[in-house]
Write a new protein. Structure first.
Length: 335
C-alpha cells in the first residue's frame, strides 16, 4: 500500500483576518465546482488567480473529501469545507469584506447564498455585494451561459476569470504534489514497467465485467508489464476474479490517496480506464491514457485533458474489446 507522511490542514471555517505590517491583506474567495473532475479542470484557473492576486489572501471552498488534497497546493492560503446549505454559505460570505469573489461553481446554492447575503440582506441594513464573478444576475462580472454552453469546462473557467480581469494563462500543473510529500512507497518498484487500469465506472455508465478486466490485464502481462488496478472504491471480489486471469495484477483501488495517484501516474507506462475522477487526475499528471467512453460521456464539455490522451467510444463500454484498448495503448507507445 502507498503511504505518505505529512500533516494535512483541514478547516471548516475561516480563520481570523490576517494583517501584515503594511495593513490588512485583501481577502479573496474562490468557490470551487463540485468533485475531483472539476478541481482538476480548474488547475490552470487556480494558478492564474494566484498569479493575479499575488500576496492577497485567497480562501478556497471545496467539498469535504477534497480539502486535504487542495490544502497541499500553493494556490490557496486557506481551504474550507463547502457549507452544506445556502444559509451557511451566506453567513460565511457576510463574515468578511471580500475584495473579490470567484464563483466557479455557478450553482443554485451559490446564487441563493448571494441573494441571502447581499440581495434580501440589504433590506436588513447589510453591506453591498463585493466584486463577484459568477452567474448571478446583477453581479459585477456575470457569466454569459449561452457563450459557455458548448465550451469545455477548463476553457470556460479561464474565460470566466478573464472577463473579471485575470488575463494570465498558465498551464495546468500538478508539480506541487511532489513538493508536498515527505515520503512515498509502493508494494512494487516504480522502476518496473506497469500499466494502470482505472476501475471506477462513471456515473450512469457500466464498465467492463470482471472477465473483460481480467482479459485486459492478461494482455498487459503478455507484453511484460504489470497491471495495477487503481481507483477510489475498493472491491476485493473484483480483484480476486481479475487475478484468476492475470495473477500478477496488483490491486490498489481504494488503498491510495489522491496525491499517491499523481505519483503513480507519473511513473506508469500508461493507463486504460473509464470516464472517472481517477483517470482525470492520471491524465492531468501527463500519463499516456486510453479512455473508454459511452454516450454518457461528453469529451467536448468535460473530456479528459492531458498531453497524451486518446478516446475509444462505443454505445456501451463492454462493446470495446480489451484487445482494442491494449493495442491502442501500445501503438501510441511506439508512436
Amino acid at each position: 500500500m502507498v503511504r505518505t507522511r505529512y500533516q494535512r490542514a483541514t478547516m471548516t471555517e475561516l480563520d481570523p483576518p490576517n494583517n501584515s505590517d503594511t495593513g490588512p491583506r485583501p481577502e479573496v474567495l474562490i468557490i470551487a465546482g463540485r468533485g475531483l473532475q472539476n478541481f482538476v479542470h480548474a488547475l490552470a484557473a487556480f494558478s492564474a488567480l494566484r498569479m493575479h492576486h499575488g500576496s492577497d489572501r485567497i480562501h478556497f471552498i471545496i467539498d469535504p473529501d477534497l480539502v486535504a488534497f487542495a490544502s497541499l497546493s500553493p494556490y490557496f492560503d486557506s481551504v474550507i469545507e463547502r457549507p452544506s446549505t445556502s444559509f451557511r454559505l451566506a453567513k460565511l460570505l457576510r463574515s468578511r469584506s471580500w475584495s473579490m469573489v470567484y464563483d466557479l461553481e455557478c450553482s443554485a446554492q451559490t446564487a441563493w447564498a448571494y441573494r441571502l447575503a447581499y440581495g434580501f440582506g440589504r433590506k436588513l441594513g447589510r453591506s453591498s455585494p463585493p466584486p463577484w464573478s459568477g452567474h448571478v444576475a446583477g453581479c459585477s462580472f456575470p457569466v454569459e451561459r449561452n457563450q459557455s454552453a458548448n465550451t469545455h469546462i477548463a476553457d470556460r473557467l479561464l474565460n470566466q476569470i478573464n472577463q473579471a480581469g485575470v488575463h494570465d494563462r498558465p498551464p495546468a500543473s500538478l508539480a506541487w504534489v511532489s513538493r508536498a510529500a515527505n515520503s512515498f512507497s509502493t508494494p512494487f518498484s516504480l522502476d518496473q514497467s506497469f500499466i494502470l487500469i482505472g476501475v471506477d465506472a462513471a456515473d450512469g455508465s457500466s464498465g467492463w465485467s470482471e472477465a473483460l478486466l481480467g482479459e485486459c490485464c492478461a494482455l498487459i502481462e503478455g507484453y511484460g508489464h504489470t497491471p495495477v488496478l487503481i481507483g477510489c472504491s475498493p472491491d476485493p471480489r473484483r480483484a480476486d476474479e481479475v487475478a484468476q486471469f492475470a495473477p500478477k495484477t496488483i490491486d490498489m483501488a481504494g488503498h491510495v490517496s489522491l496525491e499517491d495517484i499523481v505519483f503513480i501516474g507519473w511513473a506508469a507506462s500508461g493507463a486504460i480506464g473509464y470516464d472517472n475522477d481517477t483517470m482525470h487526475l492520471i491524465a492531468a499528471a501527463g500519463c499516456r491514457c486510453i479512455l473508454l467512453y459511452d454516450p454518457v460521456s461528453d469529451a467536448a464539455l468535460t473530456g479528459h485533458r492531458g498531453p497524451d490522451v486518446a478516446i475509444l467510444r462505443r454505445h456501451r463500454i463492454d462493446a470495446i474489446a480489451p484487445a482494442e484498448a491494449v493495442q491502442k495503448l501500445y501503438v501510441k507507445a511506439v508512436a
